[in-house]
Ligand binder design. Structure first.
Ligand code: PLP
Length: 387
């Protein structure tokens, strides 16, 4: 059996051994509760604060208290949306988000609509890009928050946040971005972009699962979702997951050190993959190709193929990729992201996501280019009517 090839790094990543090593003492010898006053507690607290400082610094903030540790990117998104909406509702009850946001944002918007808020969902074009003029037209006097992701998890398309930040700041509207997929891969400076809130998650950057962070600019009010012991300056109660937070800090530090050369290395692999697929297979489209994209994400639409079938066939060959977003596993609904891009029905059904990562090498791309063309041809032969 050939060795397995994992190409689903947007779903999750393995923990970097250096991050795992940094975490280890906080499970065992340095196990104190960071809220405790004794030496063990202080040691844990110091570790939390170091991680906080690292994350703040990587986002261009000099104020580590702007970082709130949470359980996931999902919780960060929920806290950003629900926390600010409930805190600012006396100012207005209108929120704007794009149609391609992660469900953690879209479902939070839906929950707010049930509470009487009004939500405008901004469309994207065929390349997954936002229309800034449309955003300008949509802003109202009662708009309190705009939530636009930095990089899309399915297509990798990057939104031009810096052009949005200034516009919103002039109008006193809070600006949130879900940077779960872009953090550590593309620079993001909260001061330069005029961001008020940023969601992060550790398991997309070779940190552990079940930990994330929300950057909230000093002065931004948040209605807490969890109440209790007053941790995280009262913004998120619950004893902090110290080992996981240490892992997040270390994983982020390593990402930032490796960002420039790793981004280029992966871009070369991704470009070779896309060019190789285009040269060997007819009827393929790279979704979001014309837009700025993350260098490690390739969303490919194959005419006449059922994406789920192709993913399963690749899995049998030891190659792990995903159909649409991993968060939708088990769902037969076509991806809401690709639907928002108004792909033709055949392309909507036949899109897979290949996402590259730190362990990806040329040999992995070679193997995909060897396996994929005959597999696609075989599947098309068996489903000619779908073309
Ligand atoms: C863009 C985006 N936001 C949020 C999340 C949720 O993060 P987590 O898995 O940490 O809850 C994901 C995970 O897939 C994501 O891709």
């Amino acid at each position: 059996m050939e060795s397995k090839i994992y190409l689903d790094y947007n779903a999750t990543t393995p923990v970097d051994p250096r991050a795992r090593e940094a975490m280890q003492p906080y499970f065992e010898t340095a196990f104190g509760n960071p809220s405790a006053a004794h030496a063990l507690g202080r040691e844990a607290k110091a570790a939390l604060e170091r991680a906080r400082e690292t994350l703040a610094g990587l986002l261009g903030s000099t104020d580590k208290d702007e970082i709130i540790f949470v359980s996931s990117g999902t919780e960060a998104d929920n806290l950003a949306l629900l926390g600010t909406a409930l805190a600012y509702q006396e100012r207005g009850r209108h929120i704007i988000a794009s149609a391609v946001e992660h469900p953690a944002v879209l479902e939070s918007c839906a929950a707010l609509e049930k509470r009487g808020f009004s939500v405008t969902v901004l469309p994207v074009d065929g390349e997954g890009m936002l229309d800034l003029e449309e955003l300008r037209r949509t802003v109202r006097p009662d708009t309190i928050l705009v939530s636009l992701m930095h990089a899309n998890n399915e297509t990798g398309v990057l939104f031009p946040l810096d052009q949005v930040g200034v516009l919103l700041k002039e109008r006193g509207i809070l600006f949130h971005t879900d940077a779960v997929q872009s953090f550590g891969k593309v620079p993001l400076d909260v001061r330069r972009v005029c961001l008020d809130l940023v969601s992060l998650s550790a398991h997309k950057i070779y940190g552990p699962k079940g930990v994330g962070a929300l950057y909230a600019r000093r002065g931004v009010r948040l209605h807490p979702l969890l109440r209790g012991g007053g941790q995280e300056r009262g913004r998120r109660a619950g004893t902090e997951n110290v080992p996981a937070i240490v892992g997040l800090g270390e994983a982020a530090r390593i990402m930032s050190l490796e960002m420039p050369h790793e981004g280029e290395r992966i871009r070369r692999l991704r470009d070779r993959l896309e060019a190789g697929v285009a040269a060997r297979i007819e009827g393929v489209r790279v979704n979001g190709h014309e837009s700025p994209r993350l260098t490690h994400t390739s969303n490919l639409a194959f005419d006449g193929i059922e994406a789920q079938t192709l993913v399963a066939a690749l899995d049998l060959e030891g190659i792990a990729v995903s159909a649409g977003s991993a968060c939708h596993v088990g769902s037969v609904q076509p991806s809401h992201v690709l639907r928002a891009m108004r792909l033709k029905p055949a392309q909507l059904q036949g899109s897979i996501r290949i996402s590259l990562g730190r362990p990806t090498r040329d040999a992995d791309i070679d193997r995909v280019l060897e396996i994929l063309p005959p597999l696609v041809a075989r599947l098309r032969e068996h489903a000619p009517a779908a073309r």
